[in-house]
Design a protein around this ligand. Structure first.
Ligand SMILES: [Zn+2]
Ligand SMILES: [Zn+2]
Length: 217
């Protein structure tokens, strides 16, 4: 598979485009917030002849959903995320004030719900869903156990945990139903048992590995 990362919007959200050799693409948190960011994303998709098959959100805090309306309309896909975060879509205006982040066109509602044990697939790419509450009630991490070659090189497992886990820290738990105890217990029971060499691509900031994050727990 190929992975392309964009850093978007004033909150520096990591947006990922995963694609296979046939050009099927999965977008994770494509939270583009202005025309320049929209253009960079669409240019990459066009130049690589990709067909967007899935629009995934790790969770529904405002900084991760800013591009949903644009992507859903442009590529004819529906939003997929965890049901327990759906209430956050009704609070986009409130989140905008709280985060001090201007709201664009509101995100559409959930088209498909993802729950623990589900998988999102295109040929050659399988993302397993872990539900870990605590940063938000419906936070999910996407795990790819066998990515094969990534950008031309044999790769270890990959994890996209949104704001559940960052390099050297974890998500805040003081917002909209956050719960640090649930967050830590979810990380310990579902993420830390993954192979040490699993490469973690968080929702903000640099990549890390499961092995490097173990020392914090
Ligand atoms: Zn968040
Ligand atoms: Zn975030």
């Amino acid at each position: 598979m190929n992975i392309k990362q964009f850093v978007v919007n004033p909150f520096g959200v990591n947006c990922f485009v995963l694609s296979n050799d046939a050009g099927d693409a999965i977008l994770i948190d494509p939270s583009v917030s202005n025309e320049r960011e929209e253009e960079a994303l669409t240019r990459y998709i066009e130049q690589n002849h990709l067909t967007v098959r899935h629009l995934l959100n790790t969770h529904l805090h405002l900084d991760h959903v800013l591009g949903n309306a644009f992507v859903a309309r442009k590529y004819g896909v529906q939003l997929e995320a965890h049901e327990e975060d759906a209430f956050l879509l009704d609070l986009q205006e409130e989140q905008s004030q709280m985060f001090g982040l201007p709201m664009r066109e509101p995100s559409p509602g959930l088209g498909n719900t993802l729950a623990e044990g589900d998988a999102v697939e295109v040929p050659g790419i399988r993302l397993q869903v872990f539900h870990i509450a605590g940063h938000s009630p419906g936070g999910i991490a996407f795990y790819c156990e066998n990515p094969g070659e990534v950008n031309g090189q044999k790769a270890p497992p990959l994890l996209f945990p949104g704001d559940i886990m960052f390099a050297g820290s974890r998500g805040r738990s003081d917002l909209f139903g956050g719960d640090d105890h649930a967050l830590v217990s979810g990380i310990k029971s579902k993420l830390l048992p993954l192979p040490d060499d699993t490469v973690v691509f968080p929702g903000h900031g640099p990549t890390t590995t499961i092995g490097d994050e173990k020392m914090w727990y």
